[in-house]
Design a protein around this ligand. Structure first.
Ligand code: PEP
Ligand code: MN
Length: 364
C-alpha cells in the first residue's frame, strides 16, 4: 500500500457554504426532470436553508431503457436557480463531455458517481479535463468496497491540480437482500478520514437507504461519526420522480429530518480527550453492528439447517460437530489473543440460541 499525501485546500475557503456550520447540506432531486420541477424544488429547499442544489443531468442507470437524464437541456434550468435564487449548483460528471458542458454552464461544484470512481480510465480522463480549474469536486465511493480505488480517484484529481476535494459516502453494492439498498460499511469512510484528516466528509443517506424511512437513522449515524455534511435527494413530488422515487423526500420532510438531527458537541475544555474517545467509540459501534449482522446471518443459516434436519428426520444436537467447532474456535481465537473462557461463553450462547431456533422449527 503506497502512502499518500493529498494537497487539499481547507474547506472553509471554498465559498460554497456560507457559515460552514455543521452539517453542510447539499440537496435536490436525483434527476433534473423539468424546469418547473427543478425550480419549485430549489425554491422550497432554499426556504429550508439549503445553499447548494444537486441534480443529475446525465444519469448512470443500471439497466438501459430507464430514464437516463434530460441531458444538456437541464443545465439551463439549474443556471436559472443559480441566477434567480442565488443558490450554488452541482451535478454529476462521468465523462469529458459532461465536464466540458458542466463547466461551461458555470456549475459551482461537481461530483463523481460511484460507477465512475470505480473506473480508473474514466477518472483519468475526467481529471485531465478538469486540469487548470479549481472547481470543488466530491468523489463518491466506488460501488465496490475498495478504499484504495477510492483514494486512487482522489489522487488522479489532485495530481491534475484540484485541491478542493471531498468524499461522498453512499454505501456499497452487495448481492442478495439487505436492509439498505447499499450497505454502509462505515469502516471505509472512517479509514479515509484516518488517512486524510482534513478531508471534507459528506454522507449520502439517500443512496445508502434506498427508502426514505431510513434517511433519518443513516443521517444521524453520519453525524455521530462526525461527518461534515449530507447530500440528500429531495424532490418537490417524490411519488412521481423519474428515478429513485422511493428514496427521495420532499423539501419539507428534509427540513424535519434536519431539525431532528442531534449534532454532537466537541467539549471545548477537553478537545483532545473528546476527539480520541469519539473515534474509539465510533469504531466500537461499527464493529458491534457488524457483529449483529454476522449473528443474524448465522442464525438464518441455523434456521435452514433446522428445516433440513427436520425434512431428513435428523437430531438437532450433533455432539461431534459441536466439539469440532469449539476446538477450532479455541485454536483460532487464541491466535488472535482471545482467551478460552471468553470464547466458550460467547460460542456456547450462540450454539444454544441456534439449538433453540432449530427446536422451534422442528416442532412447528
Ligand atoms: C446519484 O447521486 O443520483 C447517483 C447516481 O448516485 P451513485 O453514483 O451514488 O449511484
Ligand atoms: Mn439517485
Amino acid at each position: 500500500m503506497t502512502a499518500t499525501k493529498l494537497d487539499l485546500i481547507q474547506t472553509e475557503k471554498w465559498g460554497l457554504f456560507s457559515d460552514m456550520r455543521k452539517p453542510v447540506i447539499i440537496a435536490g432531486p436525483c434527476s433534473a426532470e423539468s424546469e418547473q420541477q427543478i425550480f419549485e424544488t430549489a425554491k422550497a429547499l432554499k426556504n429550508a436553508g439549503v445553499e447548494v442544489l444537486r441534480a443529475g443531468i446525465w444519469k448512470p442507470r443500471t439497466r438501459p431503457n430507464c430514464f437516463e437524464g434530460v441531458g444538456s437541456e437541464g443545465l439551463s434550468w439549474m443556471q436559472r436557480v443559480q441566477r434567480e435564487l442565488g443558490m450554488k449548483i452541482s451535478t454529476e460528471v462521468a465523462n469529458v463531455k459532461h465536464v466540458y458542458e458542466a463547466l461551461k454552464a458555470g456549475m459551482d461544484m461537481l461530483w463523481i458517481g460511484a460507477r465512475t470512481t470505480a473506473n480508473p480510465f474514466a477518472m483519468q480522463e475526467i481529471a485531465d479535463a478538469l486540469k487548470g480549474t479549481d472547481i470543488p469536486v466530491l468523489v463518491k465511493n466506488p460501488v465496490n468496497p475498495d478504499v484504495e480505488l477510492w483514494i486512487g480517484a482522489l489522487e488522479r484529481l489532485n495530481m491534475a491540480g484540484l485541491k478542493k476535494m471531498g468524499v461522498i459516502h453512499r454505501g456499497f453494492s452487495t448481492y442478495g437482500k439487505t436492509k439498505y439498498r447499499n450497505v454502509p460499511q462505515w469502516q471505509l469512510p472512517i479509514e479515509i478520514k484516518r488517512r486524510f484528516p482534513e478531508m471534507l466528509m459528506i454522507c449520502d443517506p439517500s443512496h445508502i437507504s434506498g427508502k426514505r424511512e431510513y434517511i433519518q437513522e443513516i443521517s444521524q449515524q453520519a453525524m455521530d461519526l462526525g461527518f461534515d455534511g449530507l447530500i440528500v435527494e429531495s424532490h418537490i413530488c417524490p411519488e412521481i420522480a423519474l428515478s429513485d422515487a422511493a428514496q427521495q423526500v420532499t423539501p419539507m420532510a428534509l427540513s424535519e429530518i434536519l431539525d431532528k438531527l442531534v449534532i454532537r458537541d466537541i467539549d471545548s475544555e477537553n478537545v483532545e480527550y473528546k476527539e480520541n474517545i469519539d473515534e474509539l467509540r465510533a469504531r466500537i459501534d461499527v464493529l458491534d453492528n457488524d457483529l449483529l449482522e454476522l449473528l443474524a446471518s448465522r442464525m438464518r443459516v441455523s434456521d435452514e439447517i433446522g428445516k433440513y434436519k427436520k425434512q431428513n428426520n435428523i437430531t438437532i444436537l450433533q455432539p461431534g460437530r459441536w466439539d469440532t467447532i469449539l476446538g477450532k474456535v479455541f485454536e483460532k481465537g487464541n491466535q488472535k489473543g482471545l482467551d478460552n473462557e471468553f470464547l466458550e461463553k460467547i460460542f456456547k450462547a450462540i450454539h444454544q440460541a441456534s439449538i433453540d431456533r432449530q427446536t422451534k422449527i422442528m416442532n412447528e
